[in-house]
Design a protein around this ligand. Structure first.
Ligand SMILES: *Cc1c(COP(=O)(O)O)cnc(C)c1O
Length: 377
């Protein structure tokens, strides 16, 4: 058996080596390191793949979230509702822009923002909702869009973990995660489902005027050279990253399928094991792209299982070990710990298993067998 890795970028590189090396060479030869033709082509190819009017590349996923919010007419003190159970980047940018983050609990099956909790958190100052499509599955966007319409709120999707996932709406339409709300942000961090070989990110929107605003914001607030109409930032995707992403994008659906196949094998191998809950797919026509394959471990055994996996040389991740409302940076006297029963439980029960496009059957069997032997010993 090959050594098990949490993410295997080497194996995936082997499959696209010739293309990536050739396009790197093109970037070297052109010396158009910033805003080169690769970036423009990638943008167009991504728009086509997603079925969205505008993709605006930028430097990383955190910037993408921040810039998306800068593009909307939000003012300091405006409240932005997001999930308590997510990576800190989501809430960080809200706070950085002097908006007021309002964290709410998540759904116990999908780990995604709980629409009922969103409703309870709405006040006259609420201006936006940021659903995070956590671990590769879209949040309940039908419910979120309904709430947003009723209360006239913006919806900013954090799609860093669900690129390529399909969401089937109650109207019968299938859309890509990240193309449903007003605007979305994604990340091309190397370990994401569509990852570069360095940092990268992008913003998606169907709104022409918002796209125009955002294109200026990413470029120092310039709409005309050396005319700075708004306070912007410098956030660019470089040509090398665009070259890698162009080689990977045509394979994204295959990569996501490889992850689904691996998830299916884990599910099968762990079937009947009453002390773990395997990932739950919410909508039967939705697709999960398994950025993470995350178990809930019952009976207080998560930490002991983690220790056991470590001893057996099996990597794992605890995403996320602390609810955001308990993080020093985001504590707020308005929060009542009792309002976060799901997140408070998940942080003690979740464990993410190795998940990538190169996982082999014997590795999955070994991981599942190790888990079952431990839980039943
Ligand atoms: C990775 C990630 C981000 C941030 O992306 P970076 O490219 O690392 O800045 C934001 N939100 C979520 C949910 C993420 O997983």
């Amino acid at each position: 058996m090959k050594k098990i890795q949490m993410v295997d970028l080497q194996g995936q590189y082997e499959g696209i080596k010739n293309e990536v090396n050739a396009s790197f060479q093109e970037v070297f030869d052109s010396t158009a390191f910033i805003n080169g033709p690769q970036v423009h082509s990638f943008q167009k190819e991504m728009e086509e793949y997603l079925g969205v009017k505008h993709v605006i590349p930028c430097a990383n996923g955190t910037d993408a979230l921040q810039i998306a919010m800068m593009g909307l007419d939000l003012k300091p003190g405006d409240e932005v509702i997001t999930a308590d159970f997510t990576f800190a980047a989501t809430v960080e940018v809200i706070a950085l822009l002097q908006l007021t983050p309002v964290l709410v609990d998540v759904d116990p099956e999908t780990f995604n923002i709980d629409p009922e909790a969103v409703k309870r958190a709405i006040t006259p100052r609420t201006r936006a909702i940021v659903p995070v499509h956590l671990f590769g599955q879209a949040a309940n966007m039908d419910a979120i869009m309904d709430i947003a319409r009723e209360h006239k709120l913006y919806v900013i999707e954090d799609n860093a973990q669900a690129i390529g996932a399909n969401y089937h709406s109650s109207e019968g339409k299938t859309k890509k995660a990240g193309t449903i709300g007003d605007i979305a942000a994604t990340s091309f961090f190397p370990s994401k489902n569509l990852g570069g070989y360095g940092d990268g990110g992008a913003i998606f929107t169907d709104n022409n005027s918002l796209a125009h605003t955002i294109r200026g914001i990413v470029n120092h607030g310039m709409y005309e050279r050396y005319h700075h109409d708004v306070v912007g930032v410098n956030s660019r995707l470089d040509s090398f990253q665009a070259a890698v992403l162009r080689a990977k994008l045509p394979k994204l659906d295959l990569y996501n399928q490889a992850r689904r196949d691996a998830a299916q094998k884990y599910n099968e191998a762990l079937k009947g094991e009453s002390q773990v809950i395997t990932p739950v797919l919410a909508g039967k026509d939705d697709t999960h792209v398994y950025h993470q394959y995350t178990l809930q471990v019952k009976n207080g055994k998560r930490d002991a299982l983690a220790k056991h996996l470590q001893e057996k040389g099996i990597p794992f991740g605890i995403y996320y070990p602390i609810p955001l409302h308990k993080q020093k940076a985001y504590e707020d006297p308005r929060y009542n710990d009792k309002d976060f029963p799901v997140t408070n439980r998940l942080v003690k029960e979740v464990i993410s298993l190795p998940m990538h496009t190169e996982l082999e059957d014997d590795q999955i069997d070994f991981i599942a067998t190790t888990i079952k032997d431990f839980l039943n010993s």
